[in-house]
Design a protein around this ligand. Sequence first.
Ligand SMILES: *Cc1c(COP(=O)(O)O)cnc(C)c1O
Length: 391
Amino acid sequence: MSLERLEGLEAAHLMPNYRRLPVEFVRGEGCLLWDDEGNEYLDLLGGIAVDNVGHCHPAVVSAVREQVGRLIHVSNLFYTEPGVELAARLSKRSLGGKVFLCNSGAEANEAAIKLARRHRRGGGIVVLDGAFHGRTMGALSATPQEDKQAPFAPLVPGFVSVPPEPEAIRSAVGPETAAVLIEPIQGESGVHPIPPAALAAARGACDAAGALLIFDEVQTGAGRTGTLWAYEQGGVTPDAITLAKGLGGGMPIGALVTSAGLDTVLGPGDHGSTFAGGPVVCAAALAALDVIEAPGFLDGIIAKGARLRGLLEDLDGVSAVRGSGLMIGFDVDVDAPALVRAALEGERIVINATGPSTIRLVPPLVISDAEIERGAGAIGRLLAAARSSSA
Ligand SMILES: *Cc1c(COP(=O)(O)O)cnc(C)c1O
């Protein structure tokens, strides 16, 4: 089907809630994508930090093919093996408590919000300015952005937002607080790491108040920052983490993982989801984890991230390069959304703008050094062209 026809059908039948770029992708492999005319693109966005093991990783493809041909869905009224195996593995490799499986990042945060409210009935939830936790009503209420929240008021009550500063966090947390919910590196706002002192202040304040410290690792998890979870680098261990995006090798899955003390907070009937923890997505997640946890893989991400950040820092027009591993944001002195479009059409690279002057790169973690150089070179040429035409 031609792109024009797709655009026409979308306009006729889909709600106009996405702003899509004018390209139809039909195939992917590793860090590369191909459009319907056979053109090759270098993907530095990875389906928004989802395709961590690359497009169509052979291990994920074969795990899904094997499972999908045997059993797709039976519901949580029965046992299936992959979900139980995945929960055991996630717990063992993180906080050691129990796991709630779900289907997306917003749902993982909904589960975390319910966990916190069940743990301290009526308690408030403290979030940080600039945060993004998802689009469902609870997760949206935890996302203090006027443009996203205002059209959907009234929101879920009990959320308060403070700047990511130690004193502000300490003064917002008290005996009525159920939880502090933090993205250790804010992704959608343009890759802003929360300062270690603010994370430590949140930990101390939660301990003093008996509140839960919950990290939203939906974007930072699954190897993205060069450790399996970002909290491993920040010096602060949360009571629970929420996961999604890169967890399923491209398949839709989310999870809430708690520490051991929270094992009995959510009981029978407290929460659930029909599709959650199904065998196909869990088989995919297990295969993706095998790739990410293979010896040397995570160390390679630290090295690749440092290389890419170094190349970006050398470009004219780039400032404030930030992030960790292969979660990278930087500011440009030209129109970022226009740069994204020029990148797609002129250089055939996929990048992302999180704001009018901010670019985010969250490529597949399997990106090669040659692809890193190709990407940085292309961004350099695009910037030079945009800056000379605006000068
Ligand atoms: C993407 C994202 C979400 C929402 O995940 P969905 O799967 O889109 O619901 C929540 N939190 C963070 C930090 C995210 O990056």
